[in-house]
Ligand binder design. Structure first.
Ligand code: PMP
Length: 471
């Protein structure tokens, strides 16, 4: 999402006019986000720590981008990968299936209680979102009475859904979209997020706010013509661009009701919030909704392999089955045996080690400690989160909620400061300039097997970094 790796290495002027001089290395040829500077070189990892080539041990408080949910060196996953490599590293999914993909898909389908009946396994979150949107379009062409007019997608402001042209169009990351606007489909429009901190009116109740948000979606359906809308897309819990805002009770249910009223699909993007991150395997389990299509990624393979998936509701599968019987889409590395074997083992470990209760317990503890230490900080506007997925929104003025100007790059400075050897913690920065209105935020997303001691250390280091940068 908005965690820009260049910030770890750039010299950035801070609000307090200090210079953050994080070491700058030259790259031998890898193209990083920042062309001129390479980020710190990681040569090893152990549990929650990453080890640089200089031997610095960095506490990875974010699992990268909420990915490495088992930490960095689980031998059981290594073994599963090697076993699969010895059996068969690759076979082409247009011609063959493989046992690793079958086991993973069965686990995923079972984990939804059969509500989702197929898993389409790809290699990145972005690809999963692309596949979801394309499948939604195809679905309407294959209904017994086809509805080919349904070509509009409604998504949400300040959302992150990926970086290819389709997923970028669905997302709403202004800075990443700007120079590519000409290539982005105009068939996507955006409605407001559920974002109580900034968007709820004074004296408005939760219910009234949820009703207002549902009405805004309804209005957008009416503006477009309800029978032209194919899907509404939302992150179950927005991560990268908004910073861990838990949906208000009843919110997703109310929005799903709007979709159902107009016969449109609900696509929940759980690339970041799913696979256990918020305390249940699927974030929607806590919302009393079942999506028609669901994307998953980061926690699925825990970083041991690039892997993502699209979970497909039974009624969509049944429609495609009765129609052409094929999804008009295919990718060379779909259902990759080694990636699937890694992810299957990761998921077994999450179950066998009973990690989801730990996510809930440690998440609650993390939230409590962050509230204790940072609620009163003059530049921490809000501490919020769920499970092991927490963010602090950073503001210039706590009273007015005025953000720091995007040009200050506050979250990037916080990230760069964290990587200094004296702190040695990796925090995930989010940029308040994404929509020009929100504050910066930093995200914490520790591994699912984290401990109270580790949470204490993460909180202590985070507080020290915030104090150093913001006073
Ligand atoms: N959707 C969401 C909700 C995400 O958070 C991300 C990644 N931050 C993506 C999609 C894109 O995933 P990837 O970077 O794996 O392509």
């Amino acid at each position: 999402g908005d965690y820009t790796p260049e910030v770890a290495t750039a010299s950035v002027p801070t609000s307090t006019e200090k210079q953050v001089d994080v070491s700058v290395r030259s790259s031998s040829g890898v193209l990083y986000h920042q062309l001129r500077n390479a980020p710190l070189n990681i040569v090893g990892g152990r549990g929650s720590y990453l080890i640089t080539e200089d031997g610095l041990e960095i506490l990875d408080a974010t699992c990268g981008a909420a990915v490495s949910c088992l930490g960095h060196s689980d031998e059981r996953v290594h073994e599963a990968i090697v076993d699969q490599l010895k059996k068969i590293p690759y076979c082409y999914s247009m011609f063959f299936t493989n046992s690793a993909a079958e086991s993973l898909a069965k686990f995923l389908v079972d984990s939804t209680g059969g509500k989702m009946s197929r898993a389409y396994i790809v290699s990145s979150g972005t690809e999963a979102v692309e596949a979801a949107v394309k499948m939604a379009i195809q679905y309407y062409t294959e209904l017994p009475v086809p509805q080919p007019k349904r070509v509009n997608i409604i998504a949400r402001n300040t959302s992150y859904h990926g970086n290819t042209l389709g997923s970028l169009a669905v997302g709403h990351h202004a800075a990443r979209r700007r120079i590519y606007e000409s290539l982005l489909t105009k068939n996507v429009s955006h409605v407001p997020q559920c974002y109580p901190y900034r968007r709820m009116n004074p004296n408005e109740t939760n219910d009234a706010y949820v009703e207002r948000l549902a009405q805004e979606l309804e209005d957008e359906f009416q503006r477009l013509g309800p029978d032209t809308v194919c899907a509404f897309v939302a992150e179950t819990m927005p991560g990268a661009t908004l910073g861990c805002v838990p949906p208000l009770p009843g919110y997703l249910k109310a929005l799903k009701a709007v979709c159902e009223r107009h016969g449109a699909l609900l696509i929940l993007d759980e690339v970041m919030s799913g696979m256990g991150r918020t305390g249940t395997l699927h974030a929607w389990e806590q919302e009393d909704v079942v999506p028609d299509l669901q994307t998953i990624a980061k926690g699925l393979g825990a970083g041991y392999a690039p892997i993502a998936g699209l979970l497909i509701n039974k009624h969509v599968v049944d429609t495609l089955n009765k129609g052409t019987g094929a999804f008009v889409h295919s990718q060379t590395y779909q259902g990759h045996p080694v990636a699937c074997a890694a992810a299957y083992k990761v998921q077994q470990i999450i179950q066998d080690d009973n990690l989801l209760p730990n996510v809930r317990a440690m998440g609650e503890y993390l939230g409590q400690r962050l509230h204790e230490r940072l609620d009163s900080h003059p530049h921490v506007g809000e501490v919020r989160g769920r499970g092991l997925f927490w963010a602090m929104e950073i503001v210039q003025d706590k009273e007015t909620k005025e953000p720091f100007p995007g040009s200050k790059g506050i979250s990037r400075i916080l990230h760069a400061t964290g990587l200094k050897p004296r702190h040695a913690i990796s925090l995930m920065p989010g940029n308040g300039a994404v929509d020009g209105a929100n504050g910066d935020h930093i995200i914490l997303a520790p591994p699912y097997n984290t401990t109270r001691e580790e949470i204490d250390l993460i909180v202590e280091k985070t507080v020290q970094v915030i104090k150093e940068v913001l006073g």
